[in-house]
Design a binder for this molecule. Structure first.
Ligand SMILES: [Zn+2]
Ligand SMILES: [Zn+2]
Length: 334
């Protein structure tokens, strides 16, 4: 089969490799779409701590089952819950498999979906809703991240929210917030093409460059501050202002994966009795909910800005690592 291979830092290729071996309990899936995630960019950069070359990346995908199995007949359209949990550490034993001590992922700790076929444990497969396209099926995974961020932290409907970052996770968080009953969602982004996409989805978006943040927040919230703050950017400039925009007793949720250690003026959090939460990936239930709610919000599809054939593997990574391309979610149509 044809596959994208990570061969080492900054080096990917498209090669013919042997089809995956289907182990007991697994189902062979013919991949329809596979998305490039921020994690895949870390792999490509050579900075992912676990990914070892040669590796087929890809954990966000949809496909079609190639054989009958216990739960699915051949030809079923599916996505996969890509987490690999050990099942016997303390988090796993207490119902928190998604933060397993040795959490692994398809496409990082074993070969993934940027290929014509992938073999997946049957219990990880989720049938796509009949009305969902194969393309959106490959987008359940990022939406599941946002469903988890809201459910795990007990998001309260009716809240005024600010979301930092209009990348895949920021935009998806904002859309999921709307479905979950946020009263108002304000977004912050410096890239003008992303600002435009967020505006087209009906969000208030502002570019913070040269803006006095405290004055802005006063105007937006009658001087109170935002009830909930979602950090989907993960950069120091955002960490600097998180505690300025949140209200007294407000909630800050760090969804972003910070690549560098950030400095926080924690004294401001003390004055406001702010609560900080962090969220990581998703539970199986979040994945299932994501698949269902996505059918009620057509804007999720706008986040998928580019579709490429497998042969243009390099172009996909270039689009996401070069500023100014307008790329948000890039997928391979296989
Ligand atoms: Zn991902
Ligand atoms: Zn575990």
């Amino acid at each position: 089969m044809k596959a994208i291979i990570y061969e080492g830092p900054q080096k990917i290729s498209v090669k013919n490799v042997a089809d995956p071996q289907v182990k007991s309990g697994e189902v062979l899936v013919k991949v329809s779409y596979a998305g490039i995630c921020g994690t895949d960019l870390n792999i490509y950069a050579g900075t992912h701590p676990r990914a070892k070359s040669p590796l087929i990346p890809g954990h966000e995908f949809s496909g079609i089952t190639m054989s009958d199995s216990k739960r699915f007949s051949k030809g079923t359209r599916v996505a996969a819950y890509p987490l690999l949990s050990c099942g016997h550490c303390e988090p796993c034993m207490t119902g928190n498999e998604h933060v397993c001590d040795t959490l692994g992922l398809l496409g990082i700790d074993c070969n993934g979906a940027m290929a014509e076929y992938i073999s997946v444990a049957e219990e990880k497969l989720i049938k796509l809703p009949d009305t969902m396209s194969d393309k959106l099926g490959a987008f359940i995974e990022p939406v599941a991240v946002t469903v988890h961020a809201l459910r795990e932290t007990g998001f309260v409907p009716g809240s005024k929210v600010i979301v930092f970052g209009c990348g895949t996770i920021g935009l998806s968080t904002a859309l999921t917030l709307r479905i979950f009953g946020a009263l108002e969602v304000t977004m912050v982004e410096t890239d003008e093409s992303r600002v435009a996409i967020a505006k087209s989805m009906g969000f208030d978006v502002f570019n913070p460059i040269g803006v006095n943040m405290e004055k802005f927040v006063r105007e937006q919230t009658d001087g109170i501050g935002f009830d909930w703050v979602f950090d989907c950017a993960g950069v120091q400039a955002v960490a600097d202002v998180l505690l300025d925009v949140v209200k007294v007793k407000g909630r800050i949720v760090i969804v972003a994966a910070y690549k560098k250690a950030a400095v926080l003026p924690l004294i401001k959090g003390m004055f406001k009795e702010t609560s900080f939460s962090f969220t990581r990936v998703y539970r199986y239930k979040d994945f299932d909910i994501a698949a269902k709610i996505m059918q009620h919000e057509e804007n999720y599809e706008k986040i998928i800005t580019h579709l490429l054939p497998l042969d243009e593997a390099q172009k996909g990574f270039d689009l996401l690592t070069t500023p100014g391309t307008g790329a948000i979610k890039v997928m391979y149509k296989i």
